[in-house]
Every structure is written in C-alpha cells, then in structure tokens.
Design a protein around this ligand. Structure first.
Ligand code: ATP
Length: 232
C-alpha cells in the first residue's frame, strides 16, 4: 500500500540545536498512528516539520506520493493536511458557529450542518463564545473546525492534555468518528492508555529519534517497555 504520509530521514533544527535526528515514519490511508515519548522528545517538532511550519529541516516528506518537503504551510494544508496544535487554537471572543465558519471551506470539506449532526453539543453551544466553553468543548471545537477543509490527515497534538478522564473518553470517541469517516490521524500523546485505545501503531520518540515501533497487537505484551519510555 502506498502510504498517505511518508517522512524520510527528517532532521530538524532550532538555531544551532539539532532536535530531530533521522526520523522515518509513515501513515497509511485511514490509519491512526501515535507518536509517544517524554516531554521534549521531538513529537511536536515532527508535526511542525510535516506542516511546513518549521522550515529549518532536511529530509523528504511526501503526501499522497507528492513531495511536500518544500511547500509553505498553506500549500501543505491545501494538499489535505490539518494541524490541531496543543494550544487549542480557537478564537475565544467568537461564537462556536463563527469559529466553525472562519476557516474557508474547500471541496469535500464538511459543512457546518454536517459538523453539527456529528457533534450535536456544538449545535447546542452554537451561539456561545469560545471563552464560555469547557476545556473539553474547546478541544472538540479546535479538532472539528479544521474539517471544513476536508483533510485526509489530521495532525493532533496532545488532545487529551489537561482534560478529565470522562472528557478524554469523549475526545477518543470523536477520533473514532473521524476515522470512520475515512480520515487518517497522526496523534501526539503522552497518555498511553488513551493512545493505545486509539492507535493502530505507535512510534516511540527518545531524544529526537524513533527508537521503537509497536503495533496495536503488541501493546499489551510490551506495556512495561512503553511505560518505561514515557516515565521521567
Ligand atoms: P512536548 O510534549 O514538551 O511538546 P515534544 O516531544 O513534543 O514534547 P518538542 O516540543 O518537539 O518535544 O521539543 C523537542 C526539543 O526541541 C526540546 O528539547 C525542546 O526544548 C526544543 N524546542 C522546542 N521548541 C523550541 C523552540 N521554539 N526553540 C528552541 N528549542 C525548542
């Protein structure tokens, strides 16, 4: 199968600091893949490199077989990638509906009605400003507002962070809904329980390198190893 996303020999730098060192990974169409590892291991930098947000990097990144390594981030997004950063980028003074309708829709993108049908709580909250939403609702809004562009691959940075367990479960259900609609997801996580419920495969980051790859069916047998990689 031709991967949807392929990253080959990715090296990334912040100034003099060599942060990613020879990262190779791929995501197949419709697959959910997690990047796990401690704080500072290089997971977010990998997402930023794929999106073209971090330009100081070498290596090859292809999407749907096309080289996107040198494209600016707006053109990367136009290819069908969407990035939901850790900071839950929503506009807190705008209503839920305004937040949903701000990103330009593209052919194949979700309409506001389709988003409301899939996530009815957003319809209920449609006229509430972003600032009045709970942390979980803000995360939900940040994740689904990018659907207007109809992405084929969603890059999600720590969607479970800072949320209560019951809300984390709800975020997991949203990711399931997106997967069922055919979307692939590349998920950065430190919450192994959450990541292992969702992902088909896990890449383990240590100090800017991928040191292990664990498919879903090996997670139970390798849980001790995975927890050791994540512990500080
Ligand atoms: P976290 O969960 O903390 O975001 P991470 O695995 O996503 O962890 P990165 O954010 O990719 O890690 O950081 C990788 C390394 O790059 C770390 O050593 C971090 O201190 C460094 N770094 C991250 N952002 C910058 C920046 N803007 N300038 C300089 N160094 C940075």
């Amino acid at each position: 199968m031709t991967p949807l996303l392929s990253v080959q020999d990715l090296n990334a730098y912040y100034g003099q600091s060599h942060v990613l060192r020879g990262v190779n990974l791929h995501v197949n169409p419709g697959e959910v893949v997690s990047l796990i590892g401690r704080n500072g291991a290089g997971k977010t930098t990998t997402l930023k490199s794929v999106m073209g947000v971090l330009r100081s990097r070498t290596g090859q990144i292809t999407f749907g077989g096309q080289d996107i390594s040198r494209l600016p981030s707006n053109r990367v997004a136009a290819q069908g990638l969407a990035w939901v950063p850790e900071e839950r980028a929503i506009l807190s003074t705008l209503t839920v509906r305004e937040n949903l309708e701000l990103p330009p829709s593209r052919p194949g993108g979700w309409s506001t009605e389709r988003i409301y049908d899939a996530f009815p709580v957003l319809r209920e909250r449609g006229h509430h400003p972003g600032s009045k939403l709970s942390g979980g609702e803000q995360q939900m809004l940040a994740m689904v507002r990018v659907l207007r562009a109809g992405p084929k691959l969603l890059l999600l940075d720590e969607p479970s962070e800072g949320l209560a367990p019951v809300i984390v479960q709800r975020i997991g259900e949203i990711i399931d809904t997106l997967r069922q609609s055919g979307m692939a997801v590349l998920l950065v996580e430190q919450n192994l329980k959450f990541a292992s419920r969702l992902a088909d495969r896990h890449y383990v980051f240590v100090d800017g390198q991928i040191v292990d790859e664990v498919p879903r069916e090996q997670v139970d047998a390798r849980r001790e190893d995975l927890l050791r990689y994540l512990s500080v």
